[in-house]
Design a protein around this ligand. Structure first.
Ligand code: GPV
Length: 829
């Protein structure tokens, strides 16, 4: 036996020896093999896209090796694992990120070069994986990168939508949505696991049965759908660890219902089954929760059920007692979208594993944590009881049972305060009864995290006040972060090189706190010179793109002022537009001789509006109407340009962010839970013009108020300002620019009427009028600062130097220690 073992080990060793090599010659051979055998093109004749396919498959092979080693190692060590459940992951492109994390970027570029291809051009052939809406989804992607890099034993679970976030097409200045059938061109970054699949049940009834003399509930489903796993390897940087993002696709169930096949209507039966696939067909395009849609609920349960079957199977391979479950499993709910997992674990433990309610409940209460990403009470998910009861009858019973036990305990704690009891109840009574998913999560999770300090304060004092008073120890916060790998190393290679040169090390790529080392050189003339050069080249690249995309010629000497994020009233793109109209108006009314003093600006706005969000769509149209006027006014020339970036996505962000001078994060105080775009821009040396909202408050602590342009009502002033009603502090200029829109200066008078109505006549919920004056002052301060190039560059360097705290590595370390209780598990080799 031992001889056999040795032989096996030797074979293994031989295999290890045979690991794919990363020198340019070996890579080139692999690329050509993939051209021939995977892409099925001649190695003498292939184009950029085929080169992309072949290179991607070569990189994929290398990812798979590391992925296998990591999974094997985790299996052997059996550490406590984090399971990250999220309905959205906004991964963007994978090629550049993968080769950088694998440390083979230059070798790949060399290999391609000799074949007559350029790496950048080849990398641009890739489409975005846009399986998410906005900040929440991109945060998941950044956190996966950090989990891998920091060697945490984690698995991400989500849905493999066939259609990602819609493509935004602009026709006549109006947004139109087109489906994003992103899998059309193949996806080398996923591995289909035909053998990893689970049946997911829906509908049906709950029956009572006696098993071994005990009464128990049995769910008899009315529909079965198969969940098939697609694995997406996520490589860490500077480590062999490569973790898994497992996305589920819906397929017709293999379990055939003999009876219906005997009806003789074979064709219709097949067509009906095929409909099962619709569950994972399309991502819901609203970046707040979407309420009362059956398909959405199906998506939620589908991915939750498949993931938990997978997690429990893995646990049972190594353990036979569920008392060990909390030592091996941490389940993180990304917002309440996956919170049905709570009821599902109860169902499995009670009905299938037969642990008894109390034992199951103790386990559930120690494994779940959740993070909420909103401040708005109306953003909290509710599921109509009727809908839940028909789709998941047993889960509804379980949720009622959890609630009834909770309500009994609560009465003992707080007495018969019926108002408070009804606010805290998981079941919302009313004409339509609803299940409040946040309340369910608060009752069952050991921890609830906010995404910035202010956000957490708002949760404690407003949104979840009742729960905070009951369980203060459950409340934590983890200020969001972004990964410097993608947002500096991948997207801004020249800045990356410059930083490493001045710090004398690349260690900041794994330890962003080291960026503070740049502070001591911020006033150094040579660094400033080099810094300006890098930024200028990035701006020129962006200017080229702008011209190609919109036909608008812009000068790289102008200040590039950007606002890139989903379009929302609370994010106040409208405030930005009114500011631009004001600037235009000023230039027009200025003495010609004074125009020399105007700081030229290129204003860039990018973002998608949810398809059903009328006001947001009007804001997009207004942006185009204003741009049309300004950009064609020869009177204004280079002094002011406005461009709307269509179809804003991760790849566009990678281009825009390195080339921005100033960025706007101007939500009404108390509305942005965190904000993460600001962090990416900060890292790239872009100055911020912002309100004291979300994570900006913490950014100010790092960079200081002097190194940014702060304005607007403070959080504690907002509700009083609202109560006071309109026109308390509204400046004349505000009334003037709104009137210009209202009276048709930019055309489309009737269409913009309702937009103007949100600002005047008792409206203006988001306080644009109130903040307009200080907004213009902040803009003027930015103009003034921009003229002093030395000062501006110094501030820019200080922004990057102060951005270390906003690395998602820091966020993840905090979660690991304070919320999940997991430790690194570093794969050797
Ligand atoms: I709730 N967020 C999002 O992108 N989609 C949502 O459905 C919800 C929240 C965002 C918040 O708006 C940002 O403030 C935050 O930075 C981001 O989630 C990540 O936490």
């Amino acid at each position: 036996k031992s001889g056999e073992g040795r032989a096996k080990a030797e074979r293994m060793f031989g295999l290890m020896d045979g690991f794919l090599k990363n020198d340019p010659v070996s890579l080139q051979k692999d690329i050509l093999d993939h051209v021939e055998y995977t892409v099925a093109r001649s190695r003498f004749n292939f184009d950029d896209f085929e080169a992309y396919q072949a290179l991607s498959h070569s990189v994929r092979d290398r990812l798979i090796e590391r992925w296998h080693d990591t999974q094997q190692y985790f299996k052997r060590k059996d550490p406590k694992r984090l399971y990250f459940l999220s309905l959205e992951f906004l991964m963007g492109r994978s090629l550049s990120n993968s080769v950088i994390n694998l440390g083979i970027r230059d070798q790949c570029a060399d290999a391609l070069n000799q074949l007559g291809f350029e790496f950048e051009v080849v990398a641009e052939q890739e489409g975005d994986a846009a399986l998410g809406n906005g900040g929440l989804a991109r945060l998941s992607a950044c956190q996966m990168d950090s989990l891998a890099t920091l060697d945490f034993p984690a698995i991400g679970y989500g849905l493999r939508y066939q259609y990602g976030l819609f493509r935004q097409v602009i026709l006549d200045g109006f947004q139109h949505e087109q489906p994003d059938y992103w899998l059309n061109f193949g996806n080398p970054w996923e591995i289909e696991r035909v053998h990893v699949s689970y049946a997911v049940k829906f509908y049906g009834t709950v029956e009572e049965e006696f098993l071994n003399g005990e009464k128990c509930k049995v769910w008899v489903p009315g529909e079965m759908v198969e969940a098939v796993a697609y694995d997406n390897p996520i490589p860490g940087y500077g480590t062999r660890n490569t973790i898994n993002l497992r996305l589920w696709a819906a397929k017709p169930s293999g379990q055939y219902d003999m009876e219906s096949y005997n009806t003789g209507d074979y064709i219709n039966e097949v067509i009906n089954r095929q409909r099962a696939e619709t569950i994972s067909t399309v991502l819901y395009p609203d970046d707040r929760s979407y309420q009362g849609k059956e398909l959405r609920l199906k998506q939620q349960y589908f991915f939750v059920s498949a993931s938990l079957q997978d997690i429990i199977r893995r646990f049972k391979e190594a353990h036979n007692n569920f008392d060990d479950f909390p030592e091996k499993v941490a389940l993180q709910l990304n917002d309440t979208h996956p919170s049905l997992a709570i009821a599902e674990v109860m169902r499995v433990l009670v009905d299938e594993e037969r642990l008894g309610w109390n034992r199951a409940w103790d386990i559930v209460c120690t494994i779940f944590s959740f993070t909420t990403h909103t401040v708005l009470p109306e953003g909290l998910e509710k599921i109509p009881v009727d809908l839940l009861g028909s789709l998941l009858p047993r889960h509804l019973q379980i949720i009622y049972e959890i609630n009834s036990i909770f309500m009994d305990e609560l009465k003992k704690r707080i007495g018969l305060d019926y108002n408070r009891l009804s606010r805290m109840s998981i079941v919302e009574e009313g004409a339509i009864k609803n299940i409040r998913m946040a309340n369910l999560s608060l009752v069952c999770c050991h921890t609830v995290n906010g995404v910035s300090r202010v956000h957490s304060e708002l949760l404690k004092t407003r949104v979840f006040k009742d729960f905070y008073e009951l369980w203060p120890q459950k409340f934590q916060y983890k200020t969001n972060g972004v990964t410097q790998r993608r947002w500096i190393v991948v997207s801004n290679p020249s800045l990356c090189a410059l930083i490493s040169k001045w710090l004398g090390t690349e260690a900041w790529i794994r330890d962003a706190d080291l960026l503070t080392g740049l502070r001591e050189y911020a006033a150094d003339a040579i660094l400033q010179q080099e810094w300006k050069m890098v930024r200028k080249v990035n701006k020129m690249r962006l200017a080229e793109y702008i011209e190609a995309m919109s036909g608008v010629k812009v000068s790289a000497d102008a200040m590039f002022d950007v606002q890139i994020k989903r379009i929302h009233e609370y994010k106040r793109q409208l405030l930005n537009l009114l500011g631009i109209i004001h600037r235009y108006d000023c230039i027009k009314n200025m003495e010609k001789s004074n125009r020399r003093k105007v700081v030229p600006r290129v204003c860039i706005i990018g973002g998608k509006a949810a398809p059903g969000y009328e006001i947001a769509k009007k804001i997009i149209k207004l942006c185009h109407a204003v741009a049309e006027k300004i950009n064609n006014d020869s009177d204004v020339g280079d002094l002011l340009k406005l461009v709307f970036f269509p179809d804003y996505n991760v790849s566009v962000a990678e281009l825009v962010i390195p080339g921005s001078d100033l960025s706007q994060h101007i939500s009404t105080a108390g509305h942005e839970a965190s904000g993460t775009g600001s962090m990416k821009l900060l890292m790239n040396g872009c100055l911020l013009l912002a309100t004291a909202d979300g994570s900006t408050v913490e950014i100010i602590e790092e960079i200081g108020e002097d190194n940014m342009f702060l304005f607007g009502a403070k959080l504690h002033e907002v509700s009083a300002l609202r109560d006071k009603g309109p026109a308390t502090k509204v400046p004349l200029q505000f009334a003037r620019v709104v009137r210009m829109v209202r009276e048709g200066y930019f055309g489309f008078k009737d269409y913009f009427k309702s937009l103007c109505d949100t600002l005047e006549g008792g409206g203006d919920f988001y306080l644009l009028g109130n903040d307009f004056g200080s907004y213009l002052e902040a803009q003027a301060a930015a103009d003034k600062a921009f003229v002093d190039e030395e000062k501006w560059t110094q501030m820019s360097i200080l922004c990057t130097a102060s951005s270390g705290r906003f690395s998602s590595d820091r966020t993840i370390e905090e979660y690991a220690e304070k919320t999940w209780g997991i430790e690194p598990c570093k794969c050797p080799f």
